[in-house]
Design a protein. Structure first.
Length: 453
């Protein structure tokens, strides 16, 4: 079934969707205007009746992927998967780092700590962002459709049991309370005991005179956790900045077990989503369901392929035979919060003659207790500097942002960025044109359409 177009009456009442062909006729006859591009919706400019049918929104909640199915008794109007941002934590940390750097250059100001309080119901920024994405999607659809019911899948995950099953351990009695750190002082000791106090890269131990460290297999900056399965025992000779980079000894390693980050997210926010939906939409019935019921319903509907959108379709009361194609959307960052950016200096490596950054030819120490002139110091190979390091501070916010739709010589293009102090724009075809030679057709929204399956 082709994608329908959502319709709003002239007084703002949500009506039943219509076909794209009929929407084009209404727009051409000036009987409707465009009010939304993602999803595409029009508003009538003339008075019309309000004959509607019950519509339900079913959502398969998730940390990385959100499945949505909007349907009535006879038709499915939206069948989509929405992908959340994966680097929200890194963005917040980068912003905080640059903010602290700027404030250190200001005049001295007496520290103030009495005004710092964590409000009730506070969530971590990454968790809060993903929770808001669920609410945002449902809120937008509720404005465009006569929604009567909202079905949300909530799941409670036993992370301790999941880890044990993955390791092939069966619980019996009090074993359920004994994890990987049972009887040990801390996580560090648990990692050393598991690896027999031996470096997992070179095989050396404390008896060989090396100092052991715990290494994050998946870096914290990439979403890695502090769990024992994500830590590895390495010595001070292998645990260097150089080995952390692509091509090093510590690059490409995989954790002992899968990440429980997504399960922890669902345990944290599932009731936040339900309670906020009930408070925001008092006239709409909000129902909860669980993954076991969704799985059984998906099988009963003819062995549907496992996907987040199909899980959403299997939920609820309606399962229409007239379905629409699955669409995939990705969260698009509207603005870059980082105002300053560091560009490292470049040097010629005296050994090979190649141009390398200052971090590549560093002292390779992992903490300040190690002297700069250690055995692995590579600063001595800096022959001469080819470019200075600098900090670039963004002082302007340009009107055209990457992803905006532009009209140039009668054709639509997507903007890749701007340069020359915002006087020129780079098109998706890598062509550079003057800003005055084009005009903005549509500003890019919060969700980017990737594909239709």
């Amino acid at each position: 079934m082709p994608k329908p177009v959502f319709v709003i009456a002239s007084d703002g009442t949500a009506l039943m969707p219509t076909s794209a062909a009929k929407a084009r006729k209404l727009l051409k006859a000036k009987k409707a205007i465009i009010v939304s591009y993602m999803p595409f919706a029009i508003q009538l400019t003339y008075q019309s009746g309000h004959n509607t049918q019950p519509v339900e929104i079913c959502i398969d909640t998730g940390s990385e992927h959100i499945g949505i199915s909007v349907k009535s008794e006879k038709h499915e109007y939206l069948h989509a998967q929405f992908d959340n941002l994966k680097d929200e934590k890194q963005r917040h940390e980068a912003r905080a780092m640059y903010r602290r750097t700027r404030r250190n250059r200001l005049r001295y100001r007496k520290p103030r700590f009495n005004n710092r309080r964590i409000p009730e119901g506070w969530l971590a920024p990454t968790v809060e962002h993903k929770k808001n994405n669920h609410i945002q999607i449902i809120s937008k659809l509720a404005k465009l459709l006569p929604v009567k019911n909202i079905h949300v899948e909530v799941g409670q995950f036993d992370t301790h049991l999941m880890q044990a099953l993955e390791r092939g351990i069966k619980f019996e009695g009090e074993d359920y309370q004994r994890g990987l750190k049972y009887g040990l002082a801390n996580t560090r000791e648990a990692v050393f005991v598991r690896d027999n106090y031996t470096c997992q890269c070179c095989g050396k131990s404390v008896k060989d005179g090396v100092i052991l460290h715990t290494h994050h297999i998946v870096h914290r900056s990439n979403g890695g956790s502090d769990s024992v399965s994500n830590l590895l025992t390495v010595c001070n000779n292998c645990h260097t900045p150089k080995n952390h980079k692509p091509g090093g000894k510590l690059d490409g390693l995989k954790p002992k077990s899968s990440s429980l980050k997504d399960a922890s997210f669902m345990n944290t926010v599932r009731w936040y989503i339900i309670n906020e939906l009930k408070e925001k939409f008092p006239s709409i019935d909000v129902h909860t369901t669980y993954g076991s019921y969704t799985k059984a319903s998906r099988r009963a509907l003819g062995q549907l392929k496992k996907s987040h959108a199909n899980d959403a379709y299997a939920m609820g009361e309606f399962h229409p035979s007239h379905r629409t194609h699955e669409s995939v959307f990705k969260k698009h960052r509207r603005n870059n919060r980082v105002l300053s950016k560091f560009y490292d200096a470049k040097y010629i490596d005296s050994r090979t003659g190649e141009i390398k950054s200052g971090s590549e030819l560093g002292c390779n120490r992992t903490n300040r207790s190690i002297p700069k002139n250690n055995q692995q110091n590579e600063r001595i190979f800096r022959k001469c500097k080819t470019s200075k390091g600098r900090v670039s501070i963004r002082k302007k916010h340009y009107e055209i942002q990457p992803g905006d739709i532009l009209i140039y010589k009668g054709k639509k293009y997507s903007a890749a960025g701007v340069h020359c102090n915002g006087t020129r724009v780079i098109l998706e075809t890598k062509k550079s044109i003057k800003i005055t030679d084009s005009h903005i057709k549509r500003k890019k929204g919060g969700w980017q359409f990737l594909s239709a399956l």
